[in-house]
Design a protein around this ligand. Structure first.
Ligand SMILES: *Cc1c(COP(=O)(O)O)cnc(C)c1O
Length: 387
């Protein structure tokens, strides 16, 4: 057990689940690659481990750390964010149940629900969950079993009042799930605001270095946890030992990375907002952002994602291909700055659906580089795109 003095977010991120190895004293617990564990007599296990899908010490250490950083009782680690979402949804829903989904959810979440869960018998409805009237209207039509929200959302950075949505969902007996990938627990703790479950793509900020794919489910509800853990075991989408270890290592610096991501993103959003070559700028840290006040109340920083619009789709594409420090690539949340053109990249699968994004939109994942270099890169790419 880590020291009882580890209470602060950064202390928990560094220490939770990271006790020195009992047998060797190694300060960093070793990575356990073994797929199987000796039994000292049939069923007589040394530390509860028998087989790697059911449990692995390196994964267990990560799961402990994941729970601690979200202020949850329980954490589970999966092979990807979508594997985590799939396990959770199939654990808590049954055919005939209904999901109310935010209208700018991650495209892969929409694909998972519409292509896998809907054929299984679940129904889905989509609404702008950042708009309380739209939520009321959706709930007046039918009662969902589960409400799924991302805040800030991807890629439009819409902000939803988590505490208010939790009250509304609970009033109709629905669970509230928050995808906390963008904010991370360094900046926002949905469970403390009333959400029932938090999910993550650990591929993004938790891992933080664009070198691992992973996902997580955190909750303090013992029943939800037990059902999801059973699916993790029975369907088997677990994270491997090295992936779990890389994620743990990434999480130790999550707090300081998010401070730097947020500071760099704020500078860039302000510069873009004052630039005549740029149209709308979406960043919750801007006072002009419609969700700014809610974000300021429920987050301790505004995060590292900034979206901007250019005048035309052609300009947005030209800008996307003209940066040199911002790397054109899917994904986000790494120490290096990335640029994504959602319409043809991350959100290509929702083109033509109610989750489609504007073709003028570009999403920046602002890294931890020197911000003046990043500003110079944006400036030269805007010149190229608007020439
Ligand atoms: C990337 C992402 C996911 C999916 O996670 P994978 O690790 O790619 O499976 C889910 N939600 C959000 C907000 C994401 O950015």
């Amino acid at each position: 057990m880590s020291s009882p003095l580890a209470r602060d977010f950064n202390s928990l991120a560094v220490h939770a689940g990271q006790d020195p190895d009992a047998s060797t004293g190694a300060v960093i617990p070793p990575v356990h690659f073994s797929s199987t564990f000796v039994q000292d007599g049939i069923g007589n296990l040394r530390d509860g481990y028998d087989y790697g899908r059911a449990g692995n010490p390196t994964r267990a250490a990560l799961e402990h750390q994941l729970a601690a950083i979200e202020g949850a009782e329980f954490g589970l680690s999966f092979a990807s964010g979508l594997a985590a979402e799939d396990a959770l949804l199939r654990a808590v829903l049954r055919p005939g149940d209904e999901i109310l989904l935010g209208n700018d959810a991650y495209g892969g979440t929409y694909r998972l629900i519409s292509k896998i869960l809907v054929p299984w018998g679940v129904t889905v409805r989509v609404a702008d969950l950042s708009d309380p009237t739209a939520v009321e209207n959706a709930l007046a039509e039918s009662t969902p079993n589960l409400v799924w929200v991302e805040t800030p959302s991807n890629p439009l950075l819409r902000v939803t009042d988590i505490a208010a949505l939790a009250r509304t969902a609970h009033a109709v007996g629905a669970l509230l799930v928050v995808d906390n990938t963008f904010a991370t627990p360094a900046l926002q703790r949905p469970l403390a605001l009333g959400a029932d479950v938090v999910v993550h793509s650990a591929t993004k900020y938790l891992g933080g270095h664009s070198d691992v794919v992973g996902g997580a489910v955190m909750t303090s509800d013992a029943d939800i946890h037990a059902k999801t853990k059973f699916l993790q075991f029975a369907a088997g989408a677990v994270s491997g030992p090295l992936d779990a270890w890389l994620t743990t290592r990434g999480i130790k610096t999550l707090g300081i990375r998010m401070e730097r991501h947020s500071a760099n993103a704020q500078r860039i959003a302000e510069a873009l907002a004052g630039d005549p070559r740029v149209g709308a700028v979406h960043y919750p840290g801007l006072a002009t952002h419609p969700g700014h006040e809610i974000a300021a109340a429920q987050m301790t920083g505004f995060g590292g994602i900034v979206s901007l619009e250019l005048s035309t789709g052609a300009q947005a594409r030209a800008f996307s291909e003209a940066t040199t420090l911002f790397t054109l690539a899917e994904s986000l949340g790494g120490v290096e700055s990335l640029l994504n053109y959602p319409d043809a990249m991350t959100h290509a699968s929702v083109r033509g659906t109610e989750l489609a994004v504007p073709e003028t939109l570009v999403r920046l994942s602002v890294g931890i580089e020197g911000v003046d270099d990043l500003l110079a890169d944006i400036d030269q790419a805007l010149d190229t795109a608007t020439r």
